[in-house]
Design a protein around this ligand. Structure first.
Ligand code: ADP
Length: 230
């Protein structure tokens, strides 16, 4: 049975103008991800991975083409509508955790839920569950500076899924971690994605982790290309 499409990019174009002329980063790029799929984005620095993730995540508007989320074309929507969709449907994880330093791990995960209108009690319960799920329940009251790099990233992942998005976009989420820590952070991320039925597009330079995902894609001359094994 075909899975439901969560994200579809149709002929997305993104270019930047600089002193030396026009720099085309995405050139009529097509890409589709289905519900529950985990896709690795593996490409050299400068190939356009962040540009692709930001376009898919409605942080940037493409110069042309369509970004469809759950069947809705989002390119022509107002900034307010795009922000609302981003808050409800999309979670982001970056290479750096971007947690708020003055708040505890639990409070950092509660924050997006409070913005969405959940009661503090509901937000606290869900945040505690997510921390347990990421196997760092015992660190709930610690501030980011009191956490290890791997723990910080697990809190950042929990925060990204706090509002139960359908799509998780991650830009080298284990890029700052040593290989062993990267492995166990990815274990937690994978378990969460598999259990929740989230779709995930994850940029990584780590070929072992890429090998554990359902599909691998790369960027070649501005197009998204499937990488086949072998
Ligand atoms: P990656 O994430 O694969 O390293 P990026 O998407 O960050 O690649 O960048 C792709 C290219 O686009 C790079 O050459 C980068 O310098 C250029 N670029 C990114 N953002 C801008 C911008 N705002 N203005 C001009 N050039 C940019």
């Amino acid at each position: 049975m075909a899975t439901k499409t969560v994200l579809q990019l149709n002929k997305v174009e993104r270019s930047y103008e600089d002193a030396s002329g026009k720099l085309v980063i995405l050139d009529k790029a097509d890409f589709t991800i289905g519900q529950g799929e985990m896709v690795a984005l593996v490409a050299p620095s400068g190939a356009g991975k962040s540009t692709l993730l930001h376009s898919a995540g409605l942080l940037e508007r493409p110069n042309a083409g369509e970004v469809m989320l759950n069947g809705q074309e989002c390119g022509q929507l107002s900034d307010d509508d795009r922000t609302a969709i981003r808050r409800n449907e999309i979670g982001f994880v970056y290479q750096f955790h971007h947690l708020l330093p003055e708040f505890t791990a639990l409070e950092n995960i509660m924050m997006p839920q409070l913005v969405q209108g959940l009661s503090p009690k509901q937000a606290k319960e869900r945040s505690a569950q997510l921390l347990d799920y990421m196997k760092i329940g015992h660190r709930a009251s610690h501030r980011p500076a009191e956490l290890s790099g791997g723990e910080q990233q697990r809190v950042a992942i929990a925060r990204a899924v706090a509002n139960a998005p359908r799509l998780l976009l991650a830009d080298e989420p284990t890029g700052n971690l040593d290989p062993a820590t990267a492995g166990y952070v990815f274990d937690a991320l994978e378990a969460l994605v598999r259990q929740s039925g989230l779709s995930a597009l994850i940029a990584t330079h780590n070929h072992e982790l890429a090998g554990r995902m359902d599909r691998r894609v790369t960027l070649i001359e501005g197009k998204v290309v499937e990488v086949t094994a072998g």
